[in-house]
Structure formats: C-alpha cells, structure tokens
Design a protein around this ligand. Structure first.
Ligand SMILES: Nc1ncnc2c1ncn2[C@@H]1O[C@H](COP(=O)(O)OP(=O)(O)O)[C@@H](O)[C@H]1O
Ligand SMILES: [Mg+2]
Length: 362
C-alpha cells in the first residue's frame, strides 16, 4: 500500500495543495515556516485521524476558514482507493472511502497504516507509559480484527467503574457488576497484548541489533499489575485504594513496555542519539511485523530529518525501509540535510514555499 496522490485544502498554511507522490521516496524541503510539518501532518490525518501537534482539530483549519480536507489516493495492489477526511470548526468529522460516507475514523485508519518519526519521537521511550501502550496497540489495531471492539468495551467498563469509585453513594451491586465487566474486558486486552508481544519481540530484537549492535537490550511487557497474581486478585486487593483515589489502580490501562540494558532502564543508560535509534528500531519492527502478518505496507513519515539521524543511521533506515517496500515521506530544511536519502534514485523532490508544494525537476 502506498499513497499515490494527496490533496489538501485549508489545512494550516496549505491553502490548496495537490501532489502525486513517488511510491518509494519523497523528499520535502523548504524554509522554516514554509509548511513542511503541516504537509506531513496532513498525510498523518489519513493514518491516524488526528494531528500529532494538537488535540484541537479546529486549530489546524486555516485561519478564517471553517473546514479542512485531506484527500488521498491509496494504491493497494494496483487498485486505487480514494479516502478523505474533513474536519469542521463545529467539531464535525466527515470521512469518505471509495465514494461512500463512513461513520468511523477507524475504517480509514485501518486502510492507511503509518509510522511517524519526528524530533519528539524519543518520547516513545522517555515519555509516560501511554506512549508505549499506543505503540503496542497500534500493531494490535492493525493486525487483530477484534481489538478495537474489545478495547472499546474495556475502556467503557473502566470509565464506569472509576465513576462509581468516585461517587460515595454508589451501591455495591452496581460496582460489582462494573468491576466484573472491567476484569473480563481487561483479561481480553491483556491476552491480545501478551500474544502480540511475543510475536513482535523477535522483530524488535532484530532491528535493535541492526541499529545498536553492541548492546543487549532486554524488553519486557509490564501487564499493568503484579503478574504473580491474577487481575481479579489485584483488583480486589486494591479496592480500598481504588475507593480512596476514585480510580482503578491496576490493570491493562497501566501496561508498559520496559527496555533495559544490564538491568538499567535505557532512558538512564542511552544517549539521546541512541534513544533515537531505539525508537526507529521499534517503529521498523512494527512495520515489518505488519507486513509479515497482514501483507500490508506501512507508510513512513519523517519530519525534520536534519535535527535527527546521523549519516550511518540514515543509511540503515533507508535500507530497512527499502527492504520493506515502504513508502517514505521525509522533510528537511535544506536539500543537503537529506544526505544519504538524496543519493537514492527512485524518488521525487518537492519544494515547499509559503504553503505551496511543488515537485522539482532535476
Ligand atoms: N491554522 C492555521 N492557519 C494558517 N496558518 C497556520 C495555521 N497554523 C499554523 N500556521 C502557519 O503555518 C506555517 C507553516 O508551519 P509549519 O508547517 O510548522 O512550517 P515548517 O514545518 O515548514 O517549519 C507557519 O507560519 C504557521 O504559523
Ligand atoms: Mg517543521
């Protein structure tokens, strides 16, 4: 799967952009403030249904406008699928796939597996466990048919249970009911994560070896509670605490991915550069796993390459993405910043200037 064409309207400073992308490599360069990140952000909407810069879609709509639209033409085994998303200032979202109106953003997201790499990507390792849960769950969402439904059910039970815990008036029968729902739903999520993690680890190990050869990184999945007890016992054991805080203390919503070198968390051991390589390795592992499991190709977006990877890492990244057959869209301020990527022949180069994106002939 790759993106053949992208059309963007009233998206930040991009008034009206229409470009045909290269199935392999796309290099996007332009001055600060020209619209590079906005362009990457618009493509990201097709793969995630949201921005990576803001929680408020309204701030993405061009000033003075009331709606933005991102339209893409996906190519899957030589057949074209048009997909589009519009976000209105009154919060409405409109999704179209193949000419039909669709209710769920997830239907579009499912069609466009994407990985995004930005200067902030080391948050995957240094940030809260929520980043790492999203990482794990991204793969589950794309690979496991029932994951989204199961996850929605689990989250609903968690929300209900937390609301009851906060309310001192709530009755035991109701609380027991939602606690059971929560445990039941939680065990399903836990099972998905455990079985997926087991399959993903060899891919992670392989890419870590490639990018950080001399380190032996141990990876563990923390399930969200002390796994020497059952989830049921953990939840029962925490009941008084849960009541006190008005929040369920343990369970899959607390899960985490733990990476260590010599028993030390990598965040305390690795340099900034090594953490970058680790997040690249993790992303490539998901893409490769998805490809082997669903024969689906993931699109890689890299924003602001210049600030990021050194020459050796760029070559290794390019080689890995090429081997996977993934499409790559990379932005940088200057053409020179692309380094090794620029040597690659099968590519298109685009110049961004004041919100306009133009293909360069060279
Ligand atoms: N909602 C908006 N409407 C119009 N312009 C915007 C909006 N949000 C941001 N911008 C502007 O878009 C321009 C491009 O930003 P950005 O894509 O981050 O540039 P780059 O990544 O090339 O440095 C900036 O000048 C920014 O102020
Ligand atoms: Mg930028």
């Amino acid at each position: 799967m790759h993106l053949e064409k992208i059309q963007v309207e009233d998206f930040r400073n991009l008034k009206s952009v229409s470009v045909e992308l290269h199935p392999e490599l796309n290099l996007i360069y332009g001055d600060n403030g020209s619209g590079k990140t906005s362009f990457i952000e618009s493509i990201h909407y097709l793969g995630f249904g949201r921005s990576f810069r803001t929680r408020k879609p309204k701030s993405v709509i061009s000033l003075g406008q009331s709606v933005f639209t991102v339209y893409g033409q996906l190519n899957n085994d030589n057949s074209s699928i048009p997909v589009g998303i519009s976000k209105y200032s009154d919060q409405r979202t409109k999704i179209r796939i193949d000419g039909k109106d669709i209710d769920r953003v997830s239907d579009m997201v499912k069609l466009c597996p994407m990985q995004l790499y930005t200067p902030q990507s080391t948050e995957l390792l240094t940030g809260s466990p929520a980043f790492r849960r999203s990482y794990i769950d991204w793969g589950l969402f794309h690979v496991e048919q029932s994951f989204l439904t199961d996850y929605t059910r689990f989250k609903r039970a968690l929300t209900q249970r937390n609301a009851l815990l906060k309310n001192t008036q709530s009755g035991k029968i109701e609380l027991d009911f939602w606690s059971n729902e929560y445990i039941g739903g939680g065990l399903i999520i836990d099972e998905h994560r455990l079985s997926n993690f087991e399959k993903l680890v060899p891919y992670i190990t392989r890419y870590l070896k490639q990018f950080l050869n001399s380190f032996d990184v141990q990876i563990d999945l923390y399930r969200g509670w002390d796994s020497s007890t059952s989830l049921q016992d953990a939840v029962q054991g925490n009941f008084e605490k849960d009541r006190k805080f008005g929040f369920t203390q343990s369970g899959p919503h607390k899960a985490d991915l733990r990476l260590k070198v010599d028993k030390k968390p990598i965040t305390e051991f690795f340099s900034r550069g090594q953490l970058r390589l680790t997040s690249v390795a993790l992303q490539l592992a998901q893409a490769h796993f998805l490809k082997d499991t669903k024969a689906a190709n993931c699109i890689f977006l890299i924003d602001d390459l210049s600030a990021e990877l050194d020459s050796k890492a760029r070559s290794a990244f390019m080689e890995a993405v090429t081997n996977l057959g993934s499409q790559l869209v990379v932005s940088a301020i200057d053409k020179n910043d692309f380094g090794e990527f620029y040597q690659y022949e099968n590519k298109k180069v685009f110049h961004v200037e004041q919100g306009e994106v133009n293909e360069e002939t060279y």
